[in-house]
Write a protein that binds this ligand. Structure first.
Ligand SMILES: Cc1cc2nc3c(=O)[nH]c(=O)nc-3n(C[C@H](O)[C@H](O)[C@H](O)COP(=O)(O)O)c2cc1C
Length: 394
């Protein structure tokens, strides 16, 4: 029996819907356009562009959203959906819903408390919070919030630093390591280049490095005394574009936590990831922020699922905005999904309560959509839940 440490709040699903009808307004707008509008009004324009922008002409980001329209749900009637259970089992834990808050770096550009409000909202709902390597608050501080938590690693050029970060995460109670494969260079992002805006060069988003003993030992002066030199040191090591699969296999040996590789889009890479000892993969194109003109993540999902044939769980992100999107990703074989920009909009619009309400609205929408489509458990979903849009058949 798996440990169930977290339950969804009771004001979730149909009860939440009824409460809203009866006047209990969430702290942030429910509709996406209104939520975006409110978030935009509360953010510095450079921060808005950083969060919402994508690579190049932003075609991948648009493709991510459009892909969901090619897989319409075909609702089934007269099935018993009176009691629903959205929980899933993943890496020896039971999650209350098939959802994680994905790694989003440098949240201090969105909220003065950085990642803390998002982590607190995750704790309140019981969904895992995935802390980015380039977070504004360090691994240990986020751990004090008490959310179920995973740590995302951008492998640097320095093996000892990678090992140190993973050890810190394990010591602070993080229960999985996500290694992001798709960010060996920063994507060509027109909006950020135009300004120019890169928060790390202002020493934002480097808390995990500045508190790391291996990183600090290589500096002539501590980052508190000479932040510019610390930023220069970071810029020289944060990523290693020359790394290969052998380096990933080596990382596998540096942690006993489940290792999940993020950014897998090709079936051969998926197989390679598992051959290297990965315990899971995340099909993702980084929300379109890396390669302009890349395959929509949802289109890559069934191909990766087929290639892995159930060897490890396949997670998914890039483009999740609605409950129906979660249903579709699960029907195409994902075990769970991650969200990125959506919860950042909640963070910008309403801090911790904004993240909490945005996520609860999403999960309530998912619950109602599941019920109306004829499903009461995630495991019931498969490809038969979906049709194929006429435009995709042509
Ligand atoms: C502002 C921003 C910062 C991000 N930072 C990271 C990061 O530090 N590490 C990482 O693996 N992914 C990062 N991502 C990618 C997300 O984890 C996720 O893949 C993406 O946001 C999913 O697409 P969505 O925004 O459409 O949900 C970031 C995304 C955004 C929008």
């Amino acid at each position: 029996m798996l440990e169930t440490t977290h339950m969804l709040p009771t004001n979730f699903g149909s009860p939440r819907q009824m409460a809203i009808y009866q006047g209990a307004r969430p702290s942030v707008p429910i509709g996406l356009a209104a939520l975006e509008q409110k978030a935009r009004e509360s953010l510095d324009p450079a921060a808005w562009d950083y969060v919402m922008g994508s690579a190049g002409g932003e075609r991948t980001a648009a493709a991510n959203l459009a892909a969901f329209d090619r897989f319409p749900i075909v609702p089934r009637m007269q099935r018993d959906v009176g009691t629903r259970d959205l929980s899933i089992d993943l890496f020896d834990a039971r999650l209350p819903a098939p959802l994680l808050l994905g790694p989003v770096g440098v949240q201090s550009i969105v909220h003065p408390e950085g990642e803390l409000p998002s982590a607190r909202a995750a704790a309140a709902i019981g969904v895992p919070f995935v802390l980015s390597t380039v977070s504004s608050r360090p691994i240990e501080e986020i751990a004090t919030v008490g959310a179920p938590r995973w740590f995302q690693l951008y492998p640097s050029r320095v093996a000892e630093l990678n090992a140190s970060l993973m050890q810190r995460a394990a010591a602070a109670g993080y229960s999985a390591i996500v290694v992001t494969l798709d960010t060996r260079l920063m994507g060509w992002r027109d909006r950020d280049l135009e300004r120019p805006f890169l928060p790390f060069l202002r020493a934002e988003g480097l808390a995990n490095y500045f508190t790391d003993p291996v990183f600090r030992a290589a500096l002539a002066a501590p980052p508190e005394r000479d932040p510019a030199a610390a930023v220069r040191h970071w810029a020289g090591l944060y990523s290693n574009p020359a790394a290969t699969w052998d380096d990933i296999c080596a990382l596998r040996d540096s942690t006993r936590l489940p290792l999940v590789l993020k950014g897998v889009l090709h079936p051969d890479d998926a197989r390679r990831a598992v051959d290297c000892g990965a315990d899971g993969v995340i099909v993702s194109n980084h929300g379109g922020r890396q390669v302009d003109g890349a395959i929509a993540a949802l289109d890559a999902l069934p191909v990766v699922v087929e290639a892995l044939a159930g060897r490890v769980p396949v997670l998914f992100d890039s483009g999740i905005r609605r409950g129906a999107d979660i249903l579709k990703a699960l029907a195409l074989g994902a075990t769970a999904v991650l969200i990125g920009r959506l919860y950042c909009l909640g963070l910008a619009a309403g801090g911790e309560a904004g993240v909490r309400d945005t996520v609860l609205n999403l999960l309530s929408d998912f619950d109602v959509t599941m019920a109306l489509s004829g499903y009461s458990r995630c495991a019931q979903l498969d490809r038969s839940a979906l049709g194929l849009a006429a435009s995709a058949r042509a």
